[in-house]
Design a protein around this ligand. Structure first.
Ligand code: PLP
Length: 279
């Protein structure tokens, strides 16, 4: 099932053509997007997602998104969705003419069954070089590091590389050996009842799920720290996790072919802390 809505609130046939072939989102990946989890009929972390959409749009110098219109389109998709939990994509491109109207739509999509299996069973992950150093984002803002742009070809190529190496996902590393993020996720490490995640300033996306996990964990008595993580330290952690809206909190059970210490119990506790945010 899919549900498509435009920003004026109209529902459209997702099988019909709507996008011009010259759309710069299509031609150059010139646009931004968000993926929101809708569970129990509610969009999780909608405010942080819309704030991040506006921040990404500003980094690409796109017109400021119409916040109310995005909220309306989100509600339209939810109201027309007849299934269970789903993924809601908000897509905002430069449109056909760089000086003209952006292309904007909200699309509800089924969640891939593999995601449910990963949430339950965890995943094998490989570390892959991203070729950037932690200071690059600040030195070179034109690289758009930390913007959720539509240019995800590298991210998808990394997932294919993981598949070639017998893994399901990736943790990108910086040139100084520090941990960045996954191609579609943030990295969270648990050690001695403290959760760690790297700072967005090193050129990664500030995760809405990571923030929600930290909120829930703090309520459950955990400490949280946003600070650099060395890839070499991942193997000695009590737990390594990938977080994103649709996968929620997923346990990493194997890193670069080596099984990590069993983090099943910590994962269960943190997954519950995350869900408690929405109870
Ligand atoms: N980092 C990248 C590169 C992503 O694409 C995503 C989400 O898809 C995330 C992190 C996690 O963000 P969120 O938890 O807000 O979904």
């Amino acid at each position: 099932m899919r549900v498509l809505a435009f920003l004026n609130g109209t529902v459209a046939d997702p099988d019909a053509p709507h996008i011009r072939v010259e759309d710069l989102g299509l031609m150059r990946g010139d646009g931004v997007f968000e993926t929101v989890l809708v569970a129990d009929g509610e969009p999780r972390e909608l405010r942080p997602h819309l704030d991040r959409l506006a921040r990404s749009a500003s980094m690409l110098e796109l017109p400021e998104p119409d916040d109310e219109a995005w909220q309306r389109a989100t509600r339209t998709v939810i109201d027309n969705w007849t299934g269970g939990e789903f993924a809601l994509k908000l897509v905002y491109t430069r449109g056909v003419d760089p000086a003209g109207e952006p292309t904007a739509f909200a699309l509800g999509l089924e969640i891939d069954p593999k995601v449910f299996a990963a949430r339950r069973d965890g995943v094998a992950v490989v570390t892959l070089e991203r070729g950037i150093d932690p200071g690059l984002a600040e030195r070179a803002p034109w690289l758009l590091l930390g913007a959720k742009s539509l240019s995800y070809a590298i991210n998808m190529a990394a997932v294919r590389e993981a598949d070639r190496r017998g893994a399901a996902d990736v943790i990108f590393t910086a040139t100084d050996g520090s941990v960045l993020e996954g191609p579609t996720s943030n990295v969270i490490v648990a050690k001695d009842r403290t959760l760690y995640t790297p700072p967005p300033a090193i050129g990664i996306l500030p995760g809405t799920t990571q923030a929600a996990v930290f909120r829930g964990a703090e309520r459950a008595g955990w400490s949280t720290k946003i600070e650099p993580i060395r890839a070499a330290d991942l193997t000695s952690a009590d737990g390594v996790f990938l977080s994103s809206s649709v996968r929620k909190l997923t346990r990493v059970h194997t890193l670069d072919g080596t099984p990590l210490p069993d983090s099943t119990a910590i994962h269960a506790e943190l997954a519950q802390a995350y869900e408690s945010v929405y109870a």
